[in-house]
Design a protein around this ligand. Structure first.
Ligand code: XUL
Ligand code: CO
Length: 441
């Protein structure tokens, strides 16, 4: 912590691990950073990150009402001085919480200037403070990103805008955000589509916009090589909101886009729960699609509300969700550069400073439990064994020949004619498996 940092959370100290059953709301029941699970610490498995945008800039405002949150660092005039104070609040919060990482958009760290040059110098001033705060606290940057959607110039999109000047502003912003991500030793860099989509096809040249998005990302790859940034790029799928259709609509659409434009080797995916549900998928579906393509990079940990059709970004407290996420993450070998980033905001009604801690503790404990549940399911082996056994017809005979690419349609026909009828079909046992899963919750 910088020597001159003021205490933004004077009544709250470092959050301790006290174990299940503690009555202290400002303590972890399950997240014990040094506890080993499958031979690795919880801290290294989960790689928790706090986001700048919701945690520091969230006000609780919605379409129908002003902000409700009481945040001493948001009281002022939107100056660089205030942004530096806010950075200190961010690091005080993240340190006390015990999260090893944080994430930012350029413009939630530092204020927009009147010109690009002024915006750049604002960002330089605050990012220099971030560098100092990282050094003082040991907190690391999980990823950075450019906020290419708030400013009115991005109304028609950023890299997919109908206006080439806007493309250049977006490129300049990403260039700068990549430079600071590199300087701050960020583990990765994220592209979320923001306004990269359309509201009506009546005014949209979809092919031209997607081609320009492809060009934009190639420019980013070139620049990454130029500055020597080694971390991965991530695309964060989301199907809609703010636009009616986003080009990065879900994991499968992103993978197809990256393949079509020759970008797949440079990108992984950053999968967010509430974006998955908006796309009509489960989080686990999106993780499995990304993982199957070798592109599971990182996660934005939150959840939605089935009764609300928008991106509510709630803290993830559902143990089925967190255990399913961790089952998939463990199955694909765990995080390397990625982590569990709380792209989540406290409810409008949870306006106290303390709620920021309570919400993150709830999410971290739910993920720690999810990790322990997933590890127990894996150690038990019945679920994995069931799936393995279900596919055993592919391990030998005609199945093995097909999978080895050594059988033709004619071979399959010959095999089927010989059989008369399929005798080996077995029950899928869904209800049994759901009950089995419940044993571990
Ligand atoms: C928006 C969203 C973003 C990205 C980063 O829905 O999730 O905050 O995570 O730009
Ligand atoms: Co997100």
């Amino acid at each position: 912590m910088s020597k001159n940092s003021r205490q933004f959370f004077p009544d709250i100290g470092p959050i301790p691990f006290e174990g299940p059953g503690t009555k202290n709301p400002l303590a972890f029941q399950h997240y014990n950073p040094s506890e080993l699970v499958e031979g690795k610490t919880m801290k290294d498995h989960l790689r928790f990150a706090v986001v700048y945008w919701h945690t520091m800039r969230g006000t609780g405002a919605d379409m129908f009402g002003w902000g409700t949150a009481r945040r001493p660092w948001n009281a002022g005039e939107g100056s660089v001085k205030e942004a530096i104070q806010r950075a200190r609040a961010m690091f005080e919060f993240t340190s006390k919480l015990g999260a090893p990482f944080y994430c930012w958009h350029d413009r939630d760290v530092a204020p927009h200037g009147k010109t690009l040059a002024e915006s750049n110098s604002n960002f330089d001033a605050v990012a220099a403070e971030l560098k100092q705060l990282q050094a003082d606290t040991g907190i690391r940057l999980l990823w950075g990103t450019a906020q290419n959607f708030v400013h009115p110039r991005y109304m028609h999109g950023a890299s997919t805008s109908c206006n080439a000047d806007v493309f250049c502003f977006a490129a300049a912003q990403v260039k700068k955000a990549m430079e600071w991500t590199h300087e701050l030793k960020g583990e990765g860099y994220v592209f979320w589509g923001g306004r990269e989509g359309y509201s009506t096809l009546l005014n949209t040249n979809l092919k031209r916009e997607m081609d320009n998005l492809g060009r934009f990302l190639h420019m980013a790859v070139d620049y990454k090589k130029k500055i020597g940034f080694k971390g991965p790029f991530y695309i964060e799928p989301k199907p809609k909101e703010p636009t009616k259709h986003q080009y990065d609509s879900d994991a499968a659409a992103c993978l197809n886009f990256l393949r079509e434009y020759g970008l797949l080797e440079h990108f992984k995916l950053n999968i967010e729960t509430n974006h998955a549900t908006l796309a009509g998928h489960t989080m686990q579906h999106e993780l499995e699609v990304a993982g199957a393509a070798g592109a599971l990079g990182s996660i934005d940990a939150n959840m939605g509300d089935v009764m609300l059709g928008w991106d509510t970004d709630q803290f993830p407290t559902d143990l089925y969700l967190t255990s399913q996420v961790m089952l998939s993450v463990l199955k694909f070998g765990g995080f390397t550069t990625g982590g569990t980033n709380f792209d989540a905001k406290v409810r409008r009604e949870s306006f106290d400073l303390e709620d920021l801690f309570l919400a993150h503790i709830a999410g971290m404990d739910a993920f720690a439990r999810g990790l322990k549940i997933a590890a127990r399911i894996r150690a038990d082996g019945r679920l994995e064994g069931f799936v393995k056994n279900r596919y055993r017809s592919w391990d030998s005979g005609i199945g093995a020949r097909i999978e080895a690419g050594k059988a033709s349609f004619a071979d399959c026909e010959k095999h089927a004619l010989k059989l008369g009828e399929v005798e080996g079909l077995e029950s899928g046992r869904q209800e049994y498996l759901e009950a089995l899963y419940n044993e571990f919750i």
